[in-house]
Design a protein around this ligand. Structure first.
Ligand code: IMP
Ligand code: MG
Length: 185
């Protein structure tokens, strides 16, 4: 069988954020989170799959004692209607009375986190904060203001550093904008 393998980054139009820029900013935000959670023991929640790289770098830059857990969700539909969140993997930790930090890759319409925050708040945590790697505020459909944002970006589709297009490109070490031809093929 012959197969043409395209090197992952040949489909990238331009680098939006380099590995170095991301690393610097992630360390800055980790330091802010260390101050916020001083003398506490937050449960840091990775929202699979897109946040996995950001999450791994962030927690390794944090010095505060913490615990981790994982959750996989998807939102469908728009607006503030309830029941629009599909939990495909739930937490294994009881969060009642806990300080929960949600780690997300990117906030777009805001629907996913709007519903997720509501769900987690119904389990009586002591606090719920959101840290996102990227934010596209122009695209918001519901009110969703993350407590911590690494980068605010324009309305462009990005991949890499955990984020995908059709499950590809998650392993790029930087954040890039895909070539138009990838969407049009
Ligand atoms: P929303 O805020 O509910 O609209 O959805 C956010 C989710 O959509 C993110 O967690 C990503 O999985 C996905 N998403 C939104 N914009 C992008 C992008 O530019 N690249 C990759 N995934 C994206
Ligand atoms: Mg996601």
């Amino acid at each position: 069988m012959t197969m043409t393998l395209t090197k992952t980054d040949e489909n990238v139009e331009r680098v939006m954020l380099s590995e170095e820029e991301i690393g610097r900013r992630v360390r800055e935000v980790a330091a802010q989170l260390d101050r916020l959670y001083e003398n506490r023991r937050p449960l840091v929640v990775c929202i699979l799959k897109g946040s996995v790289i950001f999450f791994s770098d962030l927690i390794r830059s944090m010095k505060t004692p913490l615990e981790i857990d994982f959750m996989a969700v998807s939102s469908y539909g728009t607006g503030t209607e309830s029941g629009r969140l599909k939990v495909t993997k739930d937490l294994t930790t009881d969060i009642s009375g806990r300080d929960v930090l949600i780690v997300e890759d990117i906030i777009d319409s805001g629907n996913t986190l709007y519903h997720l925050k509501k769900l987690l708040n119904s389990r009586a945590p002591s606090s719920v904060n959101i840290v996102t790697l990227l934010d596209k505020p122009e695209r918001r459909e519901v009110p969703m203001e993350p407590e911590y944002t690494c980068f605010v970006i324009e309305d462009e589709f990005v991949v890499g550093y955990g984020m995908d297009y059709a499950e590809e490109y998650r392993n790029l070490p930087y954040i890039g904008v895909l070539k138009r031809s990838v969407y049009e093929k």
